[in-house]
Write a protein that binds this ligand. Structure first.
Ligand SMILES: CC(C)(COP(=O)(O)OP(=O)(O)OC[C@H]1O[C@@H](n2cnc3c(N)ncnc32)[C@H](O)[C@@H]1OP(=O)(O)O)[C@@H](O)C(=O)NCCC(=O)NCCS
Length: 164
């Protein structure tokens, strides 16, 4: 991408841009988002986020066009972080997901000292699986009929990246 991608912490004023990006058809397809979710609903959800949640955004030309987060679990799973990410449909395939995942893996490895990062991804989401494998995530198993998507149930891959 010719324009610079800035990755930073998510701030309250980002919610309008984040709502637009999370309502994109391809983002809804690839995640557990539901179409037509309002800014108010997003704000409420964001305020109810778990204490281990670190949300970050990617900004291009002053607009938030990517969002991702790492949720550090607690207790005997305190060594684990769960990752999720989305890029605005108009900006997919231009390195934004790579920038977001680089930031989250650095946070996990170098600042939180996490041993394991895990995620789930639909088995037919080839670009996402390719991105995760590039960062060392491996396929661990299959969740059958994991979620309902566009009129049918979809399977999900369990993937994780372990630091030794
Ligand atoms: C998945 C997603 C986060 C990736 O972000 P992105 O900004 O498009 O990612 P990047 O451009 O950094 O990299 C995408 C990689 O997928 C590759 N790719 C694109 N289409 C592909 C395809 N059909 N099959 C395999 N790989 C593909 C690209 O070539 C690129 O790899 P490369 O850098 O080695 O060339 C983004 O597309 C997205 O938000 N999709 C919708 C929501 C979603 O699916 N989120 C993930 C939920 S688990």
């Amino acid at each position: 991408m010719s324009q610079e991608i800035v990755v930073r912490a998510q701030e309250p004023q980002d919610m309008s841009d984040i709502t637009e990006l999370l309502n994109q058809p391809r983002v809804v397809w690839g995640t557990l988002q539901t179409p037509f979710t309002s800014v108010a609903a997003r704000v409420k959800r964001s305020e109810a986020a778990p204490p281990g949640w670190t949300p970050i955004v990617a900004v291009v030309a002053g607009k938030v066009i990517g969002q991702a987060g790492l949720n550090r679990l607690d207790g005997r799973r305190g060594h684990v972080g769960v990752v999720g990410m989305s890029v605005h449909d108009d900006f997919a395939g231009r390195g934004v997901g790579t920038a977001l995942l680089a930031a989250l893996t650095e946070l996990a490895d170098r600042w939180l000292g996490l041993r394991r990062i895990e995620l789930t991804v639909w088995t037919d989401n080839a670009p996402a699986i390719a991105l995760y494998e590039r960062f060392g995530f491996e396929r661990e198993g299959l969740h059958r009929a994991f979620a309902f998507r566009d009129g049918e149930y979809v399977d999900a891959l369990a993937m994780a990246r372990l630091r030794t």
